[in-house]
Write a new protein. Structure first.
Ligand SMILES: [Cu+2]
Length: 157
């Protein structure tokens, strides 16, 4: 004799396991992973600061020994005020803005500071969203060095 009631229970149990697994996987894919990868919630003033900070890459920067490269070479920045930085290339060669590999600054919102080539007369923007000291350089002209010091702004708490 077969045991219809117990095989029936087995079938229901199997369906329950399959549904449970499907629900678990859906939760993981639809809610857990997007939440885990989401960018941090930031003060809207940090995402849209009132001012930009302008740094010039001056003429002659591709020549080692030029009087200046990034101007200002050391730039204070206030979060929520002036944390959007615009580098303007005023030289006749392409340049880069790349974080010093020894720096421990890692912007959770904007990612790595690692520009594409900035062509003559072009600009590159980067939104700094955390406090810290960032030393950067041009990866094809290693003598070109700069620093931005990001501080808590007067309007952020
Ligand atoms: Cu350069």
């Amino acid at each position: 004799m077969s045991l219809p009631s117990s095989s029936h229970a087995y079938g229901i149990g199997l369906i329950a396991v399959i549904i449970g697994a499907a629900v678990g996987i859906s939760y993981y894919q639809l809610y857990f992973i997007p939440e885990y990868n989401a960018k941090p919630h930031l003060d809207p003033k940090i995402i849209n600061p009132g001012q930009t900070t302008n740094i010039a890459i001056v003429s002659g920067s591709s020549i080692e020994g030029n009087p200046q490269y990034f101007v200002p070479a050391k730039q204070p920045i206030q979060l929520g005020v002036s944390n959007l930085v615009v580098w303007q290339n005023n030289d006749n060669a392409a340049h880069f803005v790349t974080i010093d590999p020894k720096s421990d600054y890692k912007d959770r919102y904007s990612g790595d500071l690692d520009s594409p080539p900035i062509m003559p007369s072009k600009t590159f923007n980067f939104l700094f969203t955390q406090e810290g000291t960032v030393k950067y350089y041009c990866k094809v002209h290693a003598w070109m060095k700069g620093e931005v010091d990001i501080e808590r702004g007067a309007t952020t708490s």
